[in-house]
Design a protein around this ligand. Sequence first.
Ligand code: 1HA
Length: 271
Amino acid sequence: IQWETIKEYQEILFQFHEAGIAKISINRPHVHNAFTPLTVKEMIDAMNICRDDERIGVIILTGEGGRAFCSGGDQSVRGHGGYIGTDAVPRLNVLDLQKQIRSIPKPVVAMVAGWAIGGGHVLHVVCDLSIAAENARFGQTGPNVGSFDGGFGASYLARVVGQKKAREIWFLCDQYNAQEALDMGLVNKVVPLEKLEETTVEWCLKMLEKSPLALRMLKSAFNAELDGQAGIQELAGNATLLYYLSDEAKEGKNAFLEKRKPDFSKFPKFP
Ligand code: 1HA
């Protein structure tokens, strides 16, 4: 599988496949791809590029090295009030990344080899789909290390695996293997490690054959059911997008620019 670099970063790799796939990969394998504020800042930047680049239809989120997807926040830079970067400011900017993964109008696929733990586990949870290698291990650690994610990490996890299982995951901090994750609906598929990228790309190619607007509407519809006003805003924004494509909406704009009264009389009043 051929990847070309889209942009160079310090802590992530950001690559493009000509079929229309972007791959964002945390590149800190020495700490099981734990993230710092910079890692997250770079992922947010890459996601913004994915959103704007019309060549990109699907995004893969992963970690380098085959032994970890992501082990959560880098505990060695965790300070008073958050994770501290070179600017000495404590941040929890991974929460912004989570929202971005959910709201970007293109499917995001987590490609999980090895550890998906703590805040790294939450990152795969908020992706649209998760494909796991047989060596994948899942779990939350917050109550062990003095942390918790009561946002998507709790409520969305509970939507995915159910309330009992979500509470078990957080209250016991056990680790679950790939088969267990599949059984509880936490991942979509389990494959041998050597087939992980191939399978993930196959899934992406299948989605790329589909109507992008239909996928976009579905993603925002799935979100809308759960995300309250922010979810409805997303879905409604897509309705506006579709409306702007119509002659009816264009008549309104054209009439304004031509300083005349709009004539909507010719447009159907559907039953
Ligand atoms: O909860 C939040 C948030 C909540 C709200 C808002 C924002 C949040 C943002 C983040 C988070 C969190 O992520 S909290 C949870 C943080 N993560 C963890 O507690 C996981 C820590 N790691 C482990 O438990 C284990 O490393 C492991 C189960 C993933 C793997 O164990 P293993 O195979 O025995 O490897 P290990 O030897 O522990 O790790 C290899 C190296 O990676 C070690 O470094 P070395 O001794 O070789 O120098 C290890 O220290 C390092 N490492 C692993 N994970 C982290 C890490 N270093 C820093 N931070 C890590 N997360």
